[in-house]
Design a protein around this ligand. Structure first.
Ligand code: PEP
Length: 252
């Protein structure tokens, strides 16, 4: 049986004072359940401070993106070994905002995925379709293309410690959540696609749902057999909202 991962993507939000309060609230309210792991992904400048705050707690640390390069003349970039040194366990790669606002191609996402693993980080690979792609019946084709670009670049064995997040672009930050059935359909498609490469890795891989997940809709989504947690944006910025999702996972 797979455990739940409840991950907060803070995006470009917060400051030292608000982060300290948010992290303290999350640590204090984290469910006791061994089946639920909490993860927070603050902006780069705050990783070191948050690492100190979560040390020894039940809350893990991750970053929101990473360079595909290990070191060198890449102004403004942050390398995977740096994130590892700061105490990150996970890193998000291929978030739709990175793909659409910063032009990250699927090949670049595959390279970032590989760089993360090489440094001992667990990549959280985001995939998802736009509304137009869904409405034209292309959801599975889009997901396959995003997934296959990484599979072709790294191979299925590299997915053994990875996580996938299905994030329909139309549901991110819009308040429009995929129904549990819509999400389950895509999650089971992803698992079946990976099963074609390696049955055991596909069975153990955590697939998170992301897109306007909140306390009120989390239980329905997390009750689905192939939904193993959430990647949460807006609702990860208040401890009570984030913990409501964690509680739904603990009760699931
Ligand atoms: C996200 O950006 O990964 C996300 C799911 O955001 P939100 O929860 O705000 O829709």
């Amino acid at each position: 049986m797979r455990d739940f991962l409840v991950a907060g993507n803070w995006k470009m939000n917060g400051d030292s004072a608000s982060n300290t309060e948010l992290v303290a609230g999350i640590i204090a309210g984290a469910p006791e359940s061994d089946r639920v792991k909490l993860l927070i992904c603050p902006p780069f400048p705050y990783l070191a401070a948050v690492a100190g705050q979560v040390a020894g707690s039940r809350v893990a640390l991750g970053a929101q993106t990473v360079s595909e390069h290990t070191a060198g003349a890449y102004t403004g970039e942050v390398a995977a070994p740096m994130l590892r040194e700061l105490g990150c366990e996970y890193v998000i790669v291929g978030h739709s905002e990175r793909r659409s606002l910063y032009g990250e191609s699927s090949d670049a996402v595959a390279a970032k995925f590989k760089a993360a693993l090489a440094a001992g980080l667990r990549p959280i690979l985001c995939v998802g379709e736009t509304l137009a792609e869904r409405e034209s019946g292309n959801t599975e084709a889009v997901i396959d293309k995003q997934l296959n670009a990484v599979l072709a670049g790294v191979g299925i064995a590299e997915f053994a410690t990875a996580v996938i997040a299905y994030e329909p672009v139309w549901a991110i930050g819009t308040g429009m959540t995929a129904s549990p059935e819509q999400a389950q359909d895509v999650h089971s498609h992803i698992r079946a696609a990976l099963s074609g490469h390696d049955v055991d890795i596909a069975a153990s891989l955590q697939i998170l749902y992301g897109g306007s997940m909140k306390g009120e809709n989390a239980a329905g989504l997390l009750a689905m057999p192939d939904i193993d947690g959430g990647l949460i944006g807006g609702a990860s910025l208040k401890a009570a909202d984030f913990l409501a999702i964690a509680e739904a996972a603990a009760e699931g």
